[in-house]
Ligand binder design. Structure first.
Ligand code: ADP
Ligand code: TRP
Length: 337
C-alpha cells in the first residue's frame, strides 16, 4: 500500500457548529481507524481577521475549546496528535517559501477571500489573502496525502495541489510533495443555515437560530430544529424531489449524516409524512448525538492545564514529523547545505 497521512484543521474562532461536525470532524474521527492522522487548531489562520491588544486570552480560550471539541467528538490525542499550528514554526516557514511558489493569479481566483471581504478588499489583511498558502503549508509540511474537509474547502485544496506540483517541478524533486486529496464525504458535506437554505451554516451568521452549536443544550437543539425553516409540502417519495427544496433537503441530509444512514433510507422511511413528525425525530436524534459531545467539551474545558499539556505534547509529535521534511526543503531552496 502506498504511503497515506491525514491532516486537517479548524480555526479557533467562535464555537464549532453542526456544519463543522458533519462536514469535517465526524469524518476525522472515522479516518483515525484507517490512517495516520494529525489534527491542528489553526490559530495562525485565526489572526487573519481578528487580533490585537486584549485579544490574546480569547484566542487561547478558543484554541483550547476547539481542541476540546476534537477530543469530545472522538479524536484520541494519544493516537492522532492534536496541536495548535503556532507551536510548530515549520508551518510558517514553509508558508513563506510556498508564497514564493504560488502565483498571484492563482490566489486572485479564491472565492472564499472574495466572500469574506465583500466590497472592502483593500481593508483586508495581507494574511487573509495568503491564507490558502498557509493552508497548503499546513498540509505539505507533513507530506499529508488526505485532507478531510467540508465542500467549501475544495478550491483551497485544488490550490494546495497546484502549489505542491509547482514546487516539485521548480525544484526538480518530482514526487517530493504528494498531491493532497480532499476527502469530502458523507451526506452532509455542506450543511445549510436553518433559517435560509441558500446560505451555508456558519459561525459568523448573525442569527444563532441559523446554526446548532456543539455546546447547545438539549432544549436549545430541539427548539432550533422545531423552528427550522421548511416548506409546507410533506416529505417526498424520492430524494430527487428534494433538489428544488433546499431547506427540506438540508434537514434530510442532516438526519442521514447524524444517524449514519443514506438519504435514500431516510426518504423512504418518512415519505408522505409532515415535517412536524420528521422534525420531532430529528430533534431526538440530534440531542442524542450532539449533547454528549457538548457535555464532554465542558468537562475538558474545566481543566485548561490538561488541554495545554495535550496541545504541547501534540506539537512535539507534529514537529518530529515536520522537521526532517523542512530540512530537505531548506536544502532544495539553498538555505542549507
Ligand atoms: P466556518 O465556515 O464556520 O467559519 P471553518 O471555516 O473553520 O468554519 O471550517 C472548519 C471545517 O468545517 C472545514 O473543513 C469546513 O469545510 C467545514 N465546514 C464549515 N462549515 C460547514 C458547513 N456549513 N457544512 C459542512 N462543512 C462545513
Ligand atoms: N481553511 C480551513 C477552513 O476554513 C481551515 C484549515 C487551515 C485547514 N489549514 C488547513 C483545513 C489544513 C484542512 C487542512 O476551514
Amino acid at each position: 500500500m502506498s504511503f497515506e497521512r491525514v491532516l486537517s484543521g479548524m480555526q479557533p474562532t467562535n464555537t464549532l457548529h453542526l456544519g463543522n461536525y458533519l462536514g469535517a470532524l465526524k469524518n476525522w474521527v472515522a479516518l483515525q481507524e484507517r490512517m495516520e492522522c494529525l489534527y491542528c487548531v489553526v490559530d495562525l489562520h485565526a489572526i487573519t481577521q481578528d487580533s490585537g491588544y486584549g485579544k490574546a486570552e480569547a484566542l487561547r480560550h478558543a484554541t483550547r475549546e476547539v481542541a476540546a471539541a476534537y477530543i469530545a467528538a472522538g479524536i484520541d490525542p494519544d493516537k492522532s496528535p492534536v496541536f495548535n499550528q503556532a507551536r510548530v514554526p515549520e508551518h510558517s516557514e514553509l508558508s513563506w517559501i510556498l508564497s514564493c511558489v504560488a502565483r498571484l493569479g492563482w490566489l486572485d481566483r479564491m472565492t472564499q477571500f472574495k466572500e469574506k471581504t465583500g466590497k472592502h478588499k483593500e481593508r483586508a489583511s495581507v494574511g487573509l489573502y495568503t491564507y490558502p498558502v498557509l493552508m497548503a503549508a499546513d498540509i505539505l509540511v507533513y507530506r499529508a496525502t488526505h485532507v478531510p474537509v467540508g465542500e467549501d474547502q475544495k478550491q483551497h485544496l485544488e490550490l494546495a495541489r497546484d502549489i505542491a506540483q509547482k514546487f516539485n517541478n521548480d525544484f526538480g524533486m518530482s514526487d517530493f510533495f504528494p498531491l493532497p486529496e480532499p476527502v469530502i464525504s458523507g451526506p452532509a458535506t455542506r450543511v445549510m443555515s436553518l433559517r435560509d437554505g441558500a446560505k451555508k451554516m456558519s459561525k459568523t451568521d448573525e442569527s444563532d437560530m441559523s446554526r446548532i452549536n456543539l455546546t447547545d443544550d438539549a432544549d436549545t437543539v430541539a427548539n432550533k430544529i422545531r423552528k427550522a425553516r421548511t416548506d409546507p409540502e410533506p416529505l417526498p417519495a424520492e430524494p430527487k424531489e428534494l433538489e428544488s427544496r433546499p431547506e427540506a433537503q438540508n434537514l434530510v441530509n442532516i438526519f442521514a449524516a447524524l444517524g449514519d444512514e443514506t438519504v435514500d433510507a431516510v426518504v423512504t422511511r418518512f415519505a408522505g409524512q409532515q415535517f412536524s413528525a420528521f422534525k420531532s425525530e430529528l430533534a431526538d436524534l440530534a440531542v442524542a448525538k450532539l449533547t454528549p459531545i457538548g457535555a464532554q467539551m465542558r468537562r475538558l474545558m474545566g481543566d485548561p492545564a490538561e488541554l495545554d499539556r495535550i496541545l504541547s505534547a501534540g506539537a512535539l509529535k507534529a514537529r518530529a514529523i515536520a522537521e526532517p521534511i523542512m530540512k530537505e526543503v531548506r536544502k532544495a531552496v539553498g538555505f542549507l547545505s
